[in-house]
Design a protein around this ligand. Sequence first.
Ligand code: HEC
Length: 189
Amino acid sequence: MSIRNRRRAAVLGIMLFAGALAVAAAGASSSEKGADPVERGRYLVSILGCNDCHTPWKMGEKGPEPDMSRMLSGHPQDIKLKPAPEAKDGWAWTGSQTNTAYSGPWGVTYAINLTPDPLSGIGIWTEDMFVRAIRLGKHWGQSRPIMPPMPWQVYRNMTDEDLHAVWSYLRTIPPIENRAPDYDPPGAD
Ligand code: HEC
């Protein structure tokens, strides 16, 4: 190869390398921005702990784990719990075996069905109801306060885009028919 040709080859190499960098940079920025709200929502739900409480837990080989065949379907309607043991000696609250029901000074709460099932899940909800529920901590976005341990006080700090992404993802998960029991205020029984 002549010196001239070598120079040409080197210049071409640098151009190709720069082009590859530009393509890599474009790829990285579009995935960082999370162009697809459903994928962004899937990621957020996987790190925000929604499955810790809204998916019933079962005993797995390595200990308790969320039963993903019932993903985000809330407290199982067929598990009727007796009143929780009295909290005393420094203990304040009790959680069910499935980690979907909680008894404490606030009464008894049951994690609701977040799947798009129309009657037992949030299928008939609007995005506005969902956003208001999380931002204002109000049941159905408008009525009684949402009780512990639902950490809406933390989730309310999500950006509009992230809340939209979580909602968008929840619309795509398999609908499961399961009507979680209603909230039981203290002294109701
Ligand atoms: C530590 C347990 C816990 C975690 C984590 C949790 N939730 Fe909840 N959530 C609950 C409980 C319990 C209720 C029912 C509260 C009640 O009846 O007042 C609830 C209720 C809700 C409601 C219904 C509000 C209404 O209108 O009554 C929505 C929507 C919701 N959660 C969404 C989510 C999402 C989305 C995530 C993850 C980003 C999440 N939750 C994580 C426990 C939890």
